[in-house]
Design a protein around this ligand. Structure first.
Ligand SMILES: NC(=O)C1=CN([C@@H]2O[C@H](COP(=O)(O)OP(=O)(O)OC[C@H]3O[C@@H](n4cnc5c(N)ncnc54)[C@H](OP(=O)(O)O)[C@@H]3O)[C@@H](O)[C@H]2O)C=CC1
Ligand SMILES: Cc1cn([C@H]2C[C@H](O)[C@@H](COP(=O)(O)OP(=O)(O)O[C@H]3O[C@@H](C)C(=O)[C@@H](O)[C@H]3O)O2)c(=O)[nH]c1=O
Ligand SMILES: [Mg+2]
Length: 301
């Protein structure tokens, strides 16, 4: 049975990995706070070795994009240094490491979807620290896969879908930016693809399976259109409908700058691994089924 070490114990992606791993009969060992604090890299080694992993999935991160602007050192420790230490351990253990990164490594001024060969140029502290993590992984071991994903949503943790459903409880309309374009990605769908990739790299040393891959839901949207789809889906399930007023980014000031276009191309993943994620609208239906129809919003929220 493959032993998979995952960083993060309460996040969207680590929770989805645990759920699917259990179904597939894989041994998923999650490490995180309080025992392992990625801001204290010396807390990691014992826990990683004790897990005797066949593969490491580095998912935990400092993901509060706006707050990171005020805490750059902490964000760098967690998003930059900790992945480097994990990759050093992976190298010592002679196992592959799969590391989650973000669309926010890009500046957002490209016309089309970003490919793996496009040059990152992050415009936020979060984006800069995540790029540093990519670089530190690559510096430690060739046996790595960097998975850039985006706009992650799920029934777990904090995400835009749950924020919108929560806003619906107190508002009849909501202003949402309509000039930022990206690809919403469903955590359980990511888990399917990530575990398939992990199983493949664990048994195949082909270098073309390694390096950077973009991993996002099919299709694209804006935050405003995403919000509209969320409220339509809510209304279809007997939940509340809220009017979305599309606004410009300049009318929604935030501490962190976000890319105007961070759409990612999934072509390399499809061509190399033959893996694609589901269209985000289909996955949104699954997510809303779990949050509204099955009434998990309060329980998980
Ligand atoms: N969410 C998104 O929209 C996107 C995410 N990504 C990337 O995907 C990965 C997974 O994201 P997601 O699951 O959404 O993240 P979440 O914010 O849902 O979860 C983050 C996890 O990291 C853990 N963590 C944070 N700080 C520390 C620390 N100092 N020590 C130990 N654990 C820590 C959290 O633990 P605790 O509960 O204790 O805080 C939590 O388990 C991340 O690498 C992220 O950068 C990329 C693109 C989009
Ligand atoms: C809540 C809200 C947000 N917004 C805007 C702010 C922002 O531009 C956009 C999304 O807001 P959020 O704060 O939910 O999303 P944000 O924290 O920017 O999400 C990012 O998280 C990190 C971890 C990533 O890696 C990215 O891929 C991306 O998913 O919507 C509105 O316009 N109206 C609203 O009511
Ligand atoms: Mg946020």
């Amino acid at each position: 049975m493959m032993r998979v070490l995952v960083t993060g114990k309460h996040g969207q992606v680590d929770t989805a990995l645990q759920g699917l791993g259990d179904q597939l009969g894989l041994e998923i060992i999650r490490i995180g706070r309080p025992e392992v604090d990625l801001a204290q890299t010396d807390t990691m080694e014992d826990a990683v070795r004790a897990a005797r992993p066949d593969v490491i999935i580095s998912s935990a991160a400092y993901t509060a994009v706006d707050k990171a602007e005020a805490e750059p050192e902490l964000a760098q420790a967690i998003n930059g240094e900790a992945p480097g230490e994990l990759a050093r351990l992976a190298k010592e253990l002679n196992i592959p490491i799969l590391h989650l990164s973000t669309d926010y490594v890009f500046a957002g001024d490209k016309d089309g979807a970003y490919e793996e060969t496009d040059l990152p140029a992050p415009v936020s502290v979060y984006g800069k620290t995540k790029l540093s993590g990519e670089e530190q992984i690559a510096a430690q071991t060739d046996n790595h896969v960097i998975l850039r994903t985006a706009w992650v949503f799920s029934p777990y943790g904090n995400n835009f879908v749950k924020t919108m459903l929560r806003l619906a409880e107190s508002r009849d309309e909501v202003n949402v930016v309509a000039d930022q374009h990206g690809c919403p990605t469903y955590a359980p769908d990511m888990a399917r693809v990530i575990l398939a990739m992990a199983q493949q790299v664990a048994i195949d040393d082909d270098p073309t399976l390694r390096g950077i891959f973009h991993l996002t839901g099919q299709g694209e949207t804006t935050w405003a259109q995403f919000a509209e789809a969320i409220f339509e889906g809510s209304a279809n399930r007997g939940g509340k409908w809220v009017q979305v007023n599309p606004i410009a980014t300049t009318d929604y000031p935030t501490p962190a700058k976000r890319p105007a276009n961070s759409r990612l191309s999934g072509e390399k993943l499809d061509q190399t691994y033959g893996l694609v994620l589901d269209p985000w609208r289909i996955s949104l239906d699954s997510c809303l089924d779990r949050l509204i129809t099955q009434g998990n919003l309060v329980k998980d929220g």
